[in-house]
Design a protein around this ligand. Structure first.
Ligand SMILES: [Cu+2]
Length: 188
């Protein structure tokens, strides 16, 4: 095969794979999957940083927060018009029977994202205090944030922005999970 032919084949294959990953979704269903996938990528970029596996970078955290904000609230809910469920979508019908709860979570995502943007410069809880060793904090850190899901419903963006960045990030991912648990069908 000529080089150009090989390249064309690769391009065609990767396009087909993308379509396959979305179960051949088109239109608004594809739009919201792309928006969600965008956020998924941002979560993946930030997670190792929050775990201390790679160097902390406040700019990357702010960029991720901006991605979540951009897709939150009305930007998210307008991608879920009534009747847009069913294959290949994983959206549950509960979205439309419990629309208020669904849009509440979309709003919530906006609040925690704004909080995360403000918390980006706070750095990690593990490095926040020089009085404590990283080892001690690594063990105890996650426990403190455990079960803060309910807290997220009452905290303002200003309050969240006072938290260590990893705490604020945990609150963001809890909103993602809370919505997926209730409104997204298990993928096969
Ligand atoms: Cu998809």
């Amino acid at each position: 095969m000529k080089k150009t032919t090989v390249l064309a084949a690769i391009v065609a294959t990767s396009t087909a794979l993308t379509a396959f990953a979305h179960g051949g979704a088109t239109g608004i269903v594809k739009d919201r999957m792309d928006a969600m996938a965008d956020m998924g990528k941002a979560v993946k970029a930030v997670t190792p940083m929050m775990r201390g596996e790679i160097d902390y970078d406040a700019d990357v955290v702010r960029r991720a927060a901006a991605t979540f904000s951009r897709h939150a609230g009305d930007s998210m809910t307008e991608l879920f018009p009534e009747g847009s469920g069913g294959m290949p979508s994983e959206a549950k019908d509960a979205i439309w029977s419990k629309w208020e709860e669904f849009s509440e979570l979309a709003e919530q995502l906006g609040i925690v994202s704004e909080g995360l943007a403000g918390a980006a410069d706070n750095g990690l809880m593990a490095t926040g205090s020089s009085a404590m060793s990283t080892d001690t904090m690594m063990g105890g850190g996650s426990g403190m944030m455990g079960g803060s899901g309910a807290m997220g419903n009452t905290m303002t963006a200003a309050q969240i922005s006072e938290m260590p960045a990893d705490g604020a990030f945990t609150m963001v991912t809890q909103v993602c999970s809370a919505c997926h648990t209730q409104f997204r069908a298990e993928s096969q």
